[in-house]
Design a protein around this ligand. Structure first.
Ligand code: COA
Length: 173
């Protein structure tokens, strides 16, 4: 079976709930996974609006969400910000993503990032900025495997955690 990215849709409601339950208290990536999902169709509408640049909350930018699916299951989520605000250029970058815990370590993070870079290209991004915590080895390796080049480092949050900024070329059309 081959994993593919799809736009958020109603067929994955049960799978979405299972995914959130699996994450437990783990921080959710990307940030859209923190949106309320009790009313699933309202969540889908919110994500569609976000991707269209409508009802974007203050401090956020237009953002598209993609779901990685395989065999009818939702197994990963990614987001692409259509441009960088000053704050996102400092810390945040264009892409955020996560793989469902029970599916990690099988190469799916690398696949999801590759597919998300294609989506980034479709909205006109060439050099895609991806930021990650320095100690997040799986994330660093996933970025490097997709051609990422270390650009710079910064500190984030009150604890001053080190964040690495990578630039990854989006594949040609
Ligand atoms: C980061 C994340 C998306 C990676 O997804 P994944 O499917 O587990 O990663 P892959 O199986 O594609 O592996 C990617 C690389 O990391 C390595 N890797 C995987 N799990 C690892 C781990 N626990 N520790 C160290 N390296 C690891 C793999 O060997 C591979 O490197 P290689 O190509 O050099 O062999 C996933 O761990 C995740 O969802 N983490 C929580 C959310 C998060 O941190 N998101 C990133 C925010 S920038």
């Amino acid at each position: 079976m081959t994993a593919a990215v799809v736009l958020p849709g109603p067929g994955y409601e049960g799978s979405y709930r299972d995914y959130i339950a699996e994450l437990g208290s783990e921080e959710r990536y990307p940030f859209q996974m923190d949106l309320p999902h009790g009313d699933f169709s309202a969540l889908l509408e919110r994500l569609r609006d976000f991707a269209a640049g409508l009802r974007v909350p203050s401090g956020y930018v237009r953002t598209s969400t993609h779901w990685l699916v395989e065999g009818g299951e939702l197994i990963g989520v990614s987001s692409v910000r259509h441009h960088l605000s000053k704050a996102l250029a400092e810390c945040g970058g264009h892409i955020g993503l996560g793989i469902r815990p029970s599916y990690r370590g099988r190469g799916l993070g690398k696949t999801l990032l590759a597919l998300t870079l294609r989506e980034a290209r479709k909205i006109g991004l060439d050099d895609v900025h991806i930021h990650c915590h320095k100690g997040n080895e799986a994330s660093v390796r996933m970025i490097l495997a997709n051609g990422g080049v270390l650009h710079s480092e910064t500190s984030a949050g009150d604890a001053g955690a080190r964040v690495q900024r990578y630039v990854v070329p989006a594949p040609g059309p």
